[in-house]
Design a protein around this ligand. Structure first.
Ligand code: F6P
Length: 550
């Protein structure tokens, strides 16, 4: 197999990097004031300005050649067509079918999956309409006021992020809560103020075997039954989102109250499936369909736009350029929108669980760096926390600024301030401030030469730090759908170039196995010797302290 690093375009990019690495972003803008027009894209209601990157026409052309030589177009088609693109689990990855709003069939093993998908959407709609309009009653006849989603990873982060992002469109009566952590404090603090008679629990788990989710689900059921409820009342207060009917029934939820999905939906890509039920409850079925439509519009763009003007492809190639040629291994997501406050956490799972891999699809070791570290917080808060490091630290951190042009809560000049800060950050990161500019600034503020000399090193900014700015008219269901789909496809393109499988996650298994063994030992209460000295010590110390306090 040809390694990505052996592809002619990879080699050419290496040489191009050596030849161009001294040219700064300031130089590039000074040489060409058409950069903003040249390096921008529109797709599915999103606008991307990528002019503030270390690229020229030659760079983008070489990156597109790299995508071509990696067979990207074939790989995109394979994913959309339901081929087994997740060979270690022997599955397709068809999250795009879940939001397929065209009439085109999608075949898996020769049969069309669309009727099944549409049937579940119809059932979700019927259920959510009844809960939202108060027709669905708890066991004492009260309408539902609180919905608690119990799930973890993809069965939590996606719906939680989307409910927060679309909170401006949330139902007035229904309050959505999310419990993921097996730390009992998460469940306890959530249910503390809830009335079991008007609370609906959604147990969300693709496998219905996840330890944390089952522990929380069992404790929630116990809490419910310890109120004045009977076993037969569970049906009015517990529903399941899963692929595993047998386990759901075993837990005590009637399969009538189960919304199904399929093993070809990856956990971190499951927001578009029944796992999106909390989102539908929050914003209503009509808006949920708009959410799917936004994602579908991005899918169509991704599948049909030429690689050179394809938004997810462009964003992915920039990540490859920084990660593999500039040695910039961290990627900051800075949404300038409070509603997107969980978006970086959601993207962490999407990107790091997908592309945190060290072997190629065929199992051979990889010879280049793969997925970068993704992190972030909403601006403007980040500016008063970690942005210092982004501006003046020793790491180069490519940043994505995300900003709606219109506020959903127009108060005074708040949105203008927000936008001004967003644009100012990307400008400051790129332009920096050199010693001549600083000297002039300090002189006009009355500083003398000694003071200027003493502070120059501290107060100059090297700049030259790259960023993208993604804008949309406003953050509604359609725009959010397009934004998420854009990042999903970006992650896929990166994996295609590194030739890794973005749809499995074997790396999380070892910890699960060890935790289950250690839990048995903790429950047994006898001192242990079977681990390394540190782990033995931690377990034995815990057992001793527990006994002391028993
Ligand atoms: O952490 C591993 C993982 O398998 C994720 O990929 C998944 O989203 C999460 O656990 C939850 O799994 P489930 O939905 O099966 O409970």
């Amino acid at each position: 197999m040809t390694q990505p690093v052996d592809l002619p375009a990879w080699q050419a990019l290496g040489q191009h990097f050596q030849a161009s690495s001294k040219t700064t972003l300031r130089d590039l803008f000074a040489a060409d004031n058409g950069r903003f027009d040249q390096f921008q894209l529109n797709a599915a209601g999103l606008f991307l300005d990528y002019s503030k990157n270390h690229i020229t026409k030659e760079t983008t052309s070489l990156l597109v050649q790299l995508a071509d030589q990696s067979q990207l177009q074939n790989k995109i088609e394979a994913m959309f067509s339901g081929d087994v693109v997740n060979p270690t689990e022997g599955r397709p990855a068809l999250h795009t079918a879940l939001r397929n709003r065209s009439d085109k069939p999608v075949l898996v093993d020769g049969s069309d999956v669309m009727p099944g998908i549409n049937n579940v959407i119809d059932r979700m709609r019927a259920f959510s309409d009844r809960v939202r309009n108060g027709e669905w009653k708890g066991h004492t006849g009260q309408a539902i006021t609180d919905v608690v989603n119990i799930g973890i990873g993809g069965s939590d982060l996606g719906p939680l992020m989307a409910c927060e992002a679309l909170d401006a469109f949330a139902h007035d009566r229904l309050k959505l809560h999310f419990v993921s952590n097996v730390d009992g404090s998460h469940l306890a603090s959530t249910i503390k103020h809830l009335n079991p008679q008007s609370t609906l629990f959604i147990i969300a788990s693709k496998t219905f075997t996840t330890q944390e989710t089952l522990a929380n689900a069992n404790s929630a059921k116990q809490w419910f039954l310890e109120s004045d409820a009977e076993q037969g009342d569970v049906a009015k207060h517990f529903v399941a989102l899963s692929t595993n009917t047998e386990r759901v029934t075993e837990f005590g939820i009637d399969s009538v109250n189960m919304f199904e999905f399929w093993d070809w939906v990856g956990g971190r890509y499951s927001l578009w499936s029944a796992i999106g039920l909390p989102v539908m409850l929050c914003i209503g079925a009509e808006r949920f369909v708009q959410f799917l439509e936004g994602a579908h519009a991005m899918d169509e763009h991704f599948r049909t736009a030429p690689l050179a003007s394809n938004m997810p492809v462009t964003m992915a190639l920039l990540t490859i350029w920084y990660n593999n040629f500039h040695s910039a291994h961290s990627h900051l997501i800075a949404p300038y929108d409070q509603y997107l406050h969980r978006f970086p956490a959601y993207l962490q799972q999407l990107t790091m669980e997908s592309n945190g891999k060290s072997v190629h699809v065929d199992g051979s070791p990889i010879s280049c760096d793969t997925g970068p570290i993704v992190w972030g917080e909403p601006g403007t808060n980040g500016q008063h926390a970690y942005f210092q490091l982004v501006h003046q630290g020793t790491h180069i951190i490519p940043t994505d600024f995300i900003l709606p042009m219109e506020s959903l809560n127009p108060i005074g000049n708040h949105h203008e301030l927000l936008m001004a800060n967003c644009f100012a950050q990307s400008e400051a990161l790129m332009m920096g401030k050199n010693s001549e500019e600083l000297t002039l600034e300090m002189q006009s503020a009355g500083a003398g030469p000694d003071e200027i000399d003493r502070l120059t090193g501290h107060r100059t900014f090297a700049g030259n730090r790259p960023s993208n700015t993604i804008m949309m008219q406003r953050l509604d269901a359609r725009a959010l759908g397009a934004l998420i789909a854009c990042y999903e496809h970006k992650v896929f393109v990166e994996s295609a170039i590194w030739d890794i499988n973005p749809f499995d996650q074997w790396g999380v298994e070892l910890g699960k196995q060890l935790a289950s063994a250690i839990q048995t030992e903790l429950a047994g209460g006898k001192s242990v010797t079977g681990h390394d000295a540190s782990t033995n010590g931690l377990i034995n110390r815990t057992l001793k302290m527990r006994n002391l306090h028993a």
